[in-house]
Ligand binder design. Structure first.
Ligand code: AVI
Length: 340
């Protein structure tokens, strides 16, 4: 038998594209488990990130605009309190506040706090830490377009799995972990992320944590099941990504988007439910998986908080709460805590 191919075939043939081992390992582990699950980070390929941006603008998805409004109302107070907290721990010492962020920020939300820091001290350093270099480049470019007085010092690192290494600083560090990103981790993982950050902070440095709060069940469920179907498309995109990255054969039309409030665990759960018996072949894993009609793949948890669960989380990671800001309806909270 003879075959002929050109180098161009090698580049374009899906069979020749290298398999991302992190994606392969995650999908193998999740689909071999009972119940089946997939890690939420798989949502964020280029299309998933674009869909998430659309989610943040949906009328039903209140967290982004509510947190932004809190920043708009209280940014100067937040910056003042972070500086004062550090000065109390370091009497007589001077130094400019720098802002560190877990995740690459957005020009709008993070920009409000950077603006307040520049108003207060003329200039500031901004250190975003993100696993995605592309996301970071985009965020930095957007920030630098709109922000003067801000020096951006990006760091590519996975703050969930790897020990952070932040350069030392003579002055206060305000670390941001906003957008209720912490809510996508189980309580033990959430505490580990804040502990990892804590190791890099000095006593008197501060953490500003954004958390979505427990509220009326219908309001929370609607935020994850919007009328335009954007969240449904976001959820289904995880299967499209697996089809592309691992050459799987998920039939997207056979899955239903499910978002429900789990009261016991205080979280919104997203699932994909099979509408009929399905056999999924994943050649890149050399594996076949079966889903029975009605069976679900659990794709995301989004924990919702109360004042006492925020307090417990902070305490578990060695922070003590200094001040908390919230909106009138108490739907979202922004908590400033100091490294003990
Ligand atoms: C990124 N994260 C905080 C969002 C959330 O609300 O949990 C992700 C999301 N999933 C569906 N809608 C938004």
């Amino acid at each position: 038998m003879s075959t002929s191919f050109s180098p161009a075939d090698l580049q374009t043939s899906p069979a020749a594209s290298p398999v991302n081992t992190a994606v392969a390992d995650a999908v193998r582990e999740g689909l071999s488990s009972t119940p089946k699950w997939l890690p939420a980070w798989l949502f964020y390929d280029a299309e998933g990130s674009r869909l998430f941006e659309r989610i943040t603008e949906l009328p039903e998805y209140y967290p982004t605009r509510t947190e932004r409004a809190i920043f708009a109302g209280y940014a100067d107070g937040i910056i003042d309190t972070a500086i004062r907290t550090w000065q109390q721990a370091h009497p007589g010492q001077q130094g400019r506040l720098r802002i560190l962020e877990l995740g690459a920020g957005t020009a709008t939300k993070t920009g409000i706090l950077l603006d307040a820091a520049v108003r207060r001290q003329g200039q500031t350093e901004y250190l975003p830490v993100d696993v995605s270099e592309a996301a970071m480049d985009e965020a930095c470019a957007a920030l630098q377009r709109v922000q003067s007085g801000v020096t951006v010092v990006p760091q590519v690192a996975n703050y969930v799995t790897d020990t952070l290494h932040i350069p030392p600083h003579n002055g206060p560090t305000l670390a941001l972990y906003i957008g209720s990103s912490i809510g996508n981790f189980d309580p033990e993982e959430a505490s580990a992320i804040l502990c990892n950050l804590r190791q890099q902070l000095q006593t008197g440095d501060t953490l500003l944590l954004g958390t979505d709060m427990v509220k009326d069940r219908r309001r929370m469920e609607a935020a994850y099941d919007d009328r335009d179907g954007v969240t449904e498309a976001f959820n289904l995109n995880i299967l499209r990504r697996i089809n592309r990255d691992l050459r799987a054969n998920f039939d997207l039309a056979c899955y239903r988007h499910v978002a429900l409030w789990n009261e016991d665990k205080s979280r919104i759960e997203m699932h994909l439910q099979a509408l009929r018996d399905e056999t999924i072949r994943i050649p890149a894993l050399n594996a076949t998986y079966r889903l029975a009609k009605g069976e679900t793949i659990h794709t995301e948890n989004s924990y919702k908080f109360t004042r006492s669960s925020i307090q417990a989380l902070m305490q578990s990671a060695n922070y003590s709460i200094v001040e908390q800001w919230t909106d009138e309806q108490q739907w979202f909270a922004v908590t400033l805590a100091t490294a003990q």
